[in-house]
Design a protein around this ligand. Structure first.
Ligand code: BTN
Length: 248
């Protein structure tokens, strides 16, 4: 991971570029990183504010041998790696808000966007987009985002360069990703996700198209799904996305 790092001063989106070069055959582990993104993308079609020098905007190309419904596993490995890395730079509690937000003092310090190109039963490649708010000028953020986001710098003891943080993230990610490739299991990552979860043991709202049900988050499955218990005692694995966590 990171043997090849492609660096841009400014680009539309590192994930767009990573996708383009992955289609041309770029190798697994290639990293695209930019000082600034002019069209940074977040989940659910949202935009991601990515001003120059104020964060870590990077994407990693992966070619795991998995089926499309298991893409979630990759997100959990990345979340675990980022958490391990960021915890080295701050003594404050870096936690994972399942499935793909990293929070610090209940505010988002990093978001993960996992996208893939796949056929019905085979993943061609996965692009993992990572956005870490390092030292954001909060006045640049849209109002609805500003009070939910936080910069890492606010809780860091020393003035640590973004390069150091990138190195640490790639180092932790490589360890956990290689373990997954070799063992075919994300158990190590899931253990970290469990240990540093902001979601487990909390009440969550399971929101689907036409209903909203309360449940308690009780565990993470070996596939990276959230295991929830409804008020009537029914236990279910929640696959992805549409779960909002109360109290966060
Ligand atoms: C989220 O919505 O929480 C995910 C945000 C992901 C942002 C990163 S920044 C690098 C990469 N390039 C993008 O356009 N988005 C991701």
């Amino acid at each position: 991971i990171g043997k090849e790092i492609i660096h841009f001063d400014s680009i539309d989106s590192t994930s767009n570029h990573a996708k383009a070069i992955a289609l041309e055959g770029a190798e697994e582990g290639t990293v695209v990183i930019a000082e600034e993104q002019t069209k940074g993308r977040g989940r659910l079609g949202r935009s991601w504010v990515s001003p120059k020098g104020q964060g870590i905007w990077m994407s990693i190309i992966l070619r795991p041998d998995i089926i499309p419904t298991h893409a979630m596993k990759i997100t959990q490995i990345v979340a675990a790696a980022i958490t391990e890395a960021l915890r080295k730079f701050t003594k404050d509690d870096v936690l994972i808000k399942w499935p793909n937000d990293i929070v610090l003092h209940k505010k988002k310090v990093c978001g993960i966007l996992t996208e893939m190109s796949a056929e019905i039963d085979k993943v061609n490649f996965v692009i993992v987009g990572i956005g870490v708010n390092a030292n954001m000028d909060e006045t640049l953020l849209p109002e609805d985002v500003a009070d939910k986001a936080v910069s890492l710098a606010k809780y860091m003891d020393d003035d640590i360069s973004r390069k150091e943080i990138v190195k640490e993230i790639l180092y932790e990610f490589e360890k956990l990703y290689m373990d997954f490739i070799e063992s075919r299991s994300i158990e190590k990552s899931i253990d970290i996700c469990r240990q540093y979860s902001a979601t487990l043991n909390n009440t969550v709202r399971i929101i689907s198209r036409d209903s909203e049900v309360k449940a308690r988050a009780i565990d993470l499955s070996e596939e990276g799904e959230l295991v929830v218990e409804y008020e009537d005692g029914r236990v279910e694995k929640v696959f992805s996305g549409e779960v909002s966590v109360r109290g966060l």
